[in-house]
Design a protein around this ligand. Structure first.
Ligand code: MSP
Length: 635
């Protein structure tokens, strides 16, 4: 097929709010999009994968003010966090859109104007209740709370205050029938199906016109020719799906990729995407997207992980200890995309140990090591194919078909389950054929070669199947099998069991997925997050060491006298092997002043000094090198 006639596939994630750092929930949507993008690329599509950040609105304005920052400063720093996380997670996005970039702002203003000129946007007065956390207007029938001046948001449960202001409305009511007709013609527009039903019944109940500007919020895109008004953050944000592929600034790209094939999003923002978004598009004369997939939530202790609940898990912590593929695999394998899942340390360890360390890891280790050990890394003559060998080869064709069907249906968890079924068949094949026994008998050398060839060939095709979810590991195994090219260079259409060449030089590898112990995980992964209020309870201060002496009869302990301004404290610290008393006197460092006193070797310790720990367990104390008063607060 000539390059320019490739089929296209345009996939998006929601654009993320920049009021706080990314968590597992954000990583989840993006990882799903990445796995689908990689699958589509291998299937021969030209993919455009868009992600980005949603930077306007009251929520960001408020978060920035709380941190004493300008809104754009907060946004810039968060954009870096998001981009770094996507890099560490191997996210292969094609473009990162920011709603504060001028190409986006101009595009939104242009569409606003088109709709206004057409009469789909008109001026009026809005009176109602607004939830800042969801950036959403509450339905009229939400009851007033006692006291009468606020309502509770039915989506997040937070207080929503009353607003009454002049604004522009979008004539959503005029699109009710067109939306219903569209859903009827495209019954799989929203997936999973249960969510399509939710959307249908919402629209059937009747649609009211939508307020799409604010006068009290300044952090946003000004309404063209009426700059007292700012465009409502959702009207602004949804249009990123157009501006992100060049609407109004890269015509060819835009024409090539619109309409989007798939918008991925969490169930909390389904209505905006399945109702408002197609209506905006219809009004402006664009085709609606082809499909919307709404996934479930990651919960922690059975409640949705979210910043405001203070129960978020920072993916960076898991990534540092276990690498991107373990996290990607866990999130995509553990729950089917439409359902909610509870994130627990135990489930994570269990999944990684059993599926990655045991099943896949052992297969890789055994196969590579035996080819290296028995054949110096190159199998020259492969013996005849037996019935059992043929079965393993044919099973792959069956697995490949199922795998494709599941991916086309975005059932990634089922696709992985199928691949692991095959991994287990190959492990069983090795156990049944016992190559380690064949190796002891010279007359069985030909059979040994065939058995190991089979395992190598199976491993090679497994690399393909795991690649969309575990690109780094797949590529490592692929290279160990002697393949020179990157795995992405070989499209799915051309890969088969027999394309493993027997004469390739096989390399061994370190275990790809070492087993994890719960103890290590809790220590390394330190996933228990504390809130800022909890942190504030620590009384951290600058202390000055006045005296230091060794504790008799111990190798490691020093007794210190530390001045913390309000008093002098005696502290016992395990630093005698690294520091001698004379190194310490006069130095200033950080101490925890409100730690419960403890008795160590019969001596009372009235606080603790802070130190870093090297790999060998030895301590390094961060001393202040700049002038600072004893007793100053540490924050
Ligand atoms: N800015 C809007 C989206 C605008 S798209 C035009 C927004 N941002 S968000 O940062 O709050 O959420 C972005 C995505 O992260 C949503 O799809 C949301 O469902 C997802 N998640 C946030 N927390 C989540 C979990 N705990 N679990 C899974 N995904 C969740 O909404």
């Amino acid at each position: 097929m000539p390059e320019n006639s490739k089929k296209t596939f345009y996939i998006t994630t929601p654009i993320y709010y920049v009021n706080d750092i990314p968590h597992i929930g954000h990583a989840y949507t993006t990882i799903i999009a990445d796995a689908i993008s990689r699958f589509k690329r291998l299937s021969g599509y030209e993919v455009f994968f868009l992600t980005g950040t949603d930077e306007h609105g009251q929520k960001i304005e408020k978060a920035a003010a709380e941190k004493n920052l300008k809104s754009i400063e907060l946004a810039d720093s968060m954009v870096l966090r998001f981009k770094n996380l996507w890099k560490d997670l191997n996210i292969s996005y094609d473009y990162f859109i920011r709603t504060t970039q001028s190409s986006h702002e101009k595009g939104v203003q242009k569409i606003f104007k088109i709709l206004k000129d057409k009469g789909d946007i008109y001026k009026g007065t809005y009176r109602g209740f607004y939830c800042v956390s969801c950036e959403n207007f509450l339905p009229d029938d939400t009851p007033l709370e006692v006291g009468g001046d606020f309502k509770l948001c039915p989506d997040c449960g937070k207080k929503a205050g009353e607003v009454s202001e002049e604004c522009y409305f979008f004539k959503l009511s005029a699109y009710q029938q067109r939306l219903l007709d569209f859903y009827e013609k495209n019954p799989t527009f929203v997936r999973p199906k249960s969510r399509m039903n939710e959307v249908l019944s919402f629209v059937q109940k009747g649609l009211k016109d939508l307020s799409i500007t604010r006068t009290t919020v300044k952090w946003g895109i000004p309404v063209p020719d009426d700059t007292d008004h700012t465009i409502y953050v959702w009207f602004d944000a949804l249009h990123n799906y157009l501006t992100g592929i060049g609407y109004d600034w890269k015509k060819k790209l835009f024409e090539k990729f619109w309409p989007a094939n798939l918008h991925l999003l969490g169930k909390d923002i389904l209505r905006f995407h399945a109702v408002f978004w197609p209506a905006f598009l219809m009004a402006a004369g664009f085709s609606p997207p082809k499909a919307i997939y709404s996934h479930g939530w990651w919960l922690k202790d059975e409640t949705k992980m979210s910043k405001s609940r203070g129960n978020v898990l920072d993916p960076q912590i898991i990534l540092t200890s276990f690498g991107p593929d373990a996290l990607r695999y866990f999130l995509l394998r553990e729950i089917p995309i439409g359902l909610d899942g509870n994130f627990s340390h135990e489930a994570f360890i269990h999944r990684i140990n059993s599926d990655l360390a045991n099943d896949l890891g052992n297969l890789v280790q055994r196969t590579l090591t035996m080819i290296d050990m028995y054949f110096g890394g190159i199998i020259e003559e492969i013996g005849k194919e037996s019935e059992q060998d043929k079965k393993l080869r044919l099973e792959f064709d069956y697995v490949k078909n199922k795998f494709f069907k599941y991916y086309e249906d975005y059932s990634i968890s089922r696709a992985l389950e199928t691949v692991w079924g095959y991994i287990n068949s190959v492990n069983k094949y090795l156990a049944d054929n016992e190559p380690w026994k064949l190796a002891k008998d010279k007359s069985k050398r030909e059979r040994l070669a065939r058995v190991l060839y089979q395992a190598g060939a199976a491993l090679r095709v497994i690399c393909y199947l795991i690649f969309p979810v575990m690109p780094e590991s797949a590529q490592k195994i692929w290279s160990c099998l002697g393949e020179k090219n990157s795995i992405e260079k070989e499209p799915f259409s051309e890969f088969s069991f027999d394309s493993f060449k027997s004469c390739q030089k096989i390399k061994t590898s370190k275990p790809l997925f070492p087993r994890i112990k719960l103890k290590d995980f809790l220590k390394e992964g330190k996933m228990d997050i504390i809130t800022f209020d909890e942190f504030k309870r620590l009384d951290l201060r600058v202390g000055e060491i006045l005296k230091a002496e060794k504790v008799e009869g111990t190798k490691k302990l020093l007794k210190l006298e530390v001045d913390i301004k309000t008093e002098k404290r005696q502290m016992i610290a395990g630093i005698a092997e690294e520091y001698s008393p004379e190194d310490l006197v006069g130095k200033k460092l950080i101490v925890i002043a409100n730690l419960k006193h403890a008795v160590i070797r019969g001596i009372e310790s009235q606080g603790m000094i802070l130190a870093g720990e090297r790999d060998d367990g030895s301590a390094v104390i961060p001393f202040f090198t700049e002038d600072i008063k004893t007793g100053s607060k540490v924050r």
